[in-house]
Design a protein around this ligand. Structure first.
Ligand code: DP6
Length: 330
């Protein structure tokens, strides 16, 4: 992608004639170890800082897209979504980017292979799978960078779900966002485990979209966030290169706590944790004091994601009986 390419000119130039009857794709969910928190451009989902995630293997979204009738018809996990629902409106706005003409609708059938209510950002795997399915439908064969940019236009974190493993989303500086895309890191870490610990299956009261915007605009702590994220990103890169699990876990946990701290100071405040969230944090710290290297991260919700190594899976499962364990590189 040349830097002087006019903004999204490639998007306008894409074929609008289906190459096959249906496009289908899978994208894995991802968990940020260094969070995306705050946008410099809300329309294009351009972030204030770069972020870094790890993908969740077979947990993600599978999507089939076909050209349909006059209006979009969206199905989620086998059920029709009313067109006025937030989910359908967001999907339709995204489809507008590639719609050949007004009055042409798409049929989108999307299934989340995610434990329901585990607080996994289904918008990340959802928009990544939709971008990939459209690429398949139209036969564009976009490269990973363009696919990441396209997915980002649906949801910021979706830019990190085009590729698997450790993925870094470069914030970029261009107003048009053509340098804001995610790339896979070359490192693998077969022993790394992620434990999904569900505290509440309830829909969060404040979306991450709303919370990060409110935080950026009103939190007295937000000005400290960009430097913190930049420093953590460098530590995480170093931890991944050196396979230093203690550094990885400590940095991811600190980054999550700092993110939540900025939101606590927003007006009105955003607090995602429930009492059980804090109980589990103390459980994690307790296990660490007893010598088991386990850390947590928390996104815009009450649920925890535990980080640990394969050799400690038994200890973690004994302490957290409901935990669902994912091996991102196995
Ligand atoms: C806390 O990607 O859901 O999970 O770009 O508005 O769709 P939009 O936001 P979204 O935000 C994710 C926030 C987070 C941190 C992260 O995934 O990096």
């Amino acid at each position: 992608l040349s830097t002087d390419e006019p903004a999204a000119a490639w998007l306008a130039g894409l074929a609008r004639e289906a190459a096959r009857p249906a496009g289908q794709a899978f994208a894995a969910a991802n968990i940020a170890l260094c969070k995306y928190w705050g946008k410099r451009d809300e329309a294009l989902n351009l972030p204030v800082t770069s972020s870094l995630s790890v993908s969740l293997g077979e947990l993600g979204t599978r999507t089939v897209v076909t050209v349909g009738e006059h209006a979009d018809a969206i199905r989620l996990n086998g059920e029709d979504v009313p067109p006025e629902a937030g989910f359908a409106r967001r999907a339709s706005r995204f489809l507008d980017l590639v719609r050949p003409a007004a009055g042409i609708g798409y049929r989108v059938d999307t299934r989340n292979a995610l434990p329901t209510g585990a607080g996994l950002a289904s918008s990340a795997s959802g928009f990544a799978a939709l971008a990939l399915a459209l690429d398949h439908l139209y036969g564009w064969e976009l490269d990973a960078r363009r696919l990441s940019i396209l997915a980002r236009l649906g949801s910021g974190s979706a830019s990190r779900s085009i590729e698997a493993g450790f993925v870094e989303w470069h914030a970029g500086t261009r107003p048009d966002g053509l340098d804001s895309f995610a790339e896979a890191l070359p490192e693998q870490w077969p022993e790394l485990r992620i434990g999904l610990l569900t505290v509440s299956a309830q829909q969060k009261a404040v979306s991450s979209r709303e919370a990060m915007q409110r935080t950026r605009l009103t939190s007295a702590l937000y000005p400290a966030w960009p430097a913190k994220a930049q420093a953590d990103l460098e530590l995480l890169r170093r931890a991944i290169r050196a396979r230093d699990f203690e550094l990885l876990g400590r940095t991811a946990e600190s980054n999550a706590l700092a993110m939540h701290a900025t939101s606590l100071a927003a007006q009105p405040p955003v607090l995602y944790w429930l009492p059980q969230t804090i109980v589990h944090m103390h459980d994690v710290w307790g296990l660490r004091e007893q010598g088991t290297p386990v850390h947590f991260t928390i996104d815009a919700g009450a649920n925890l994601k535990l980080l640990f190594l394969a050799r400690d899976a038994g200890v973690v499962a004994a302490r957290f009986p409901g935990v669902r364990v994912v091996a991102p590189f196995a």
